[in-house]
Design a binder for this molecule. Structure first.
Ligand code: UDP
Length: 458
């Protein structure tokens, strides 16, 4: 008797990681396949509060949650959270899979799909003899570096003391076919925080082993966007971009409630006029930098929609420059969290001032919106280099000698970007590439169909 497929999906518990897995879950369910989606209890409570009700009705996706064991006071400590998740979650996941597999109410788990940052979940599936796929929520350059990091450590190009400082200021390549990198562009690079850098390097190195034990490596990207890096990693199936708007249009997996008033505000703005400013879910600015950004937006002369999270400024109180809000007079809209994909798809948006997180990158390029790049950490520097120099769909914001992106730099680059027809035309070409990849016959479409047909026969 043929068993019906039943997939278990588990995201890394963070804002930038839950939505891509959830969008993947929807795509899988559209093929009539049952999905059990495992969140931590902490994340589940947040998502359920923000998810539109219709997402779950009649759905083949069942949500369950397991504890992460993290004490409330430790949630902002990256060392404690990582250790705790690693100690506590595998036992709970194993119990959950065993319980499902023994139940008469549903089919046993036939495949586990986990975020590549949760290598332990895929190891567990491996141990239990369950086929498994890693979902890579970052781009192919980062995946290729992660897979080949040992090669550059062994070649003595980066330090082998666990902190992995590149030993050279020269460009560093992992292959002749791919773009080379500067020392501060590696995804673990965080020289001012050596312990964080160490954790990032550990996560980077672990990815290679996770790829080895996975049957499939699903990339939230498009083969044609960066084929040289895709070709450097075995088993890679680019199936992206994973977009909410491909499915129900719901913004799946948001941990913060969206303020939809910005969509109505956008309706009132001129076509192609608005600067959309959003720096992702974790970026923080100091008060001086925050004020410079505010004044840069004000002096740009363009309308702007600015996402100011409650924790965007790394000081207790976010202070706008004196008289800033009064002077806006309808030209600027500030929200705590936006429906980003819908914003980017809006015809009033002219450009995206972004921290270049991979989700934001794929969302922006899928909508054909030019970027102003302001990377902050991890893979964002690599994404910035691709945006500005490989795809040529954006400009870089350069900090001054004190590390501040000044109001003048913002004003200058906004003006340059808005009047750059070459960048606009490249953005539209990449948008078309993204669209084509997802429709019948496109590369991501075919890769996903291939994955689904293999999963159905597991
Ligand atoms: N996002 C959103 N509303 C906002 C800002 C961000 O929905 O106001 C979403 C955005 O669409 C993206 C995610 O948050 O899917 C951010 O992920 P990304 O990888 O870009 O950055 P991270 O938050 O991981 O740094």
């Amino acid at each position: 008797m043929v068993r019906e497929p039943h997939l278990l999906l588990i995201p890394y518990p963070a804002q930038g990681h839950v939505p891509p897995l959830l969008k993947l879950a929807s795509k899988i369910a559209e093929h009539g396949i049952k999905v059990t989606f495992v969140n931590t209890e902490f994340i589940a409570a947040k998502i359920m509060a923000t998810m539109p009700e219709k997402a779950e009705k009649g759905s083949l996706i069942r949500f369950v949650s397991i504890p992460d064991g993290i004490e409330p006071d430790d949630r902002n400590d990256p060392f404690k959270t990582k250790d705790c998740m690693f100690r506590v979650m595998p036992g709970h996941l194993k119990e959950l899979i065993k319980k499902i597999n023994q139940s008469d109410e549903c089919e046993p788990i036939s495949c586990v799909i986990a975020d590549i940052c949760l290598g332990w979940a895929l190891e567990l599936a491996h141990e239990m003899g369950i086929p498994r796929a890693a979902l890579v929520p970052y781009g192919p350059p980062t995946l290729a570096i992660s897979f080949h990091v040992k090669k550059i450590i062994d070649a003595g190009i980066i330090d082998n003391d666990g902190y992995a400082m590149p030993m050279t200021d020269e460009w560093i390549s992992i292959s002749e076919e791919t773009h080379p990198w500067k020392r501060n562009e590696f995804n673990w690079s965080c020289p001012e925080e050596p312990m964080i850098q160490k954790i990032f390097l550990e996560i980077t190195c672990a990815a290679a082993e996770t790829v080895r034990i996975s049957n499939w490596v699903l990339s939230n990207s498009i083969y044609e966007l960066d084929s040289p890096n895709c070709d450097l990693v075995p088993k890679v199936l680019p199936i992206g971009p994973l977009l909410a708007s491909n499915q129900s249009g719901n913004s799946a997996g948001s941990l913060i409630p969206e303020d939809s008033s910005c969509l109505r505000w956008l309706d009132k703005q001129a076509i192609g006029s608005v600067i959309y400013v959003a720096l992702g879910s974790t970026t923080t600015l100091n008060q001086q930098q925050f004020e410079e950004l505010a004044l840069g937006l004000e002096s740009s002369g363009q309308p702007f929609l600015w996402v100011v999270r409650s924790n965007l400024v790394n000081e207790s109180l976010t202070r706008f420059p004196n008289g800033f809000k009064e002077k806006l007079a309808g030209r600027g809209k500030i929200v705590e969290w936006a429906a980003q994909e819908k914003v980017l798809a809006h015809s009033s948006v002219a450009c995206f001032l972004s921290h270049c997180g991979w989700n934001s990158t794929t969302e922006g390029l899928s909508m054909g919106v030019p970027f102003l790049c302001w990377p902050y950490f991890a893979d964002q520097y690599q994404n910035r280099r691709f945006i500005c120099e490989v795809w040529k769909i954006g400009l870089d914001l350069t900090p001054d000698e004190n590390g501040i992106v000044t109001r003048h730099e913002i004003q200058r680059k906004v003006r340059r970007l808005i009047s750059d027809d070459g960048i606009k035309s490249n953005s539209l070409k990449i948008k078309e590439m993204a669209r084509k990849s997802l429709v019948e016959g496109g590369s991501s479409f075919k890769n996903f169909e291939r994955f689904i047909s293999q999963v159905k026969s597991c």
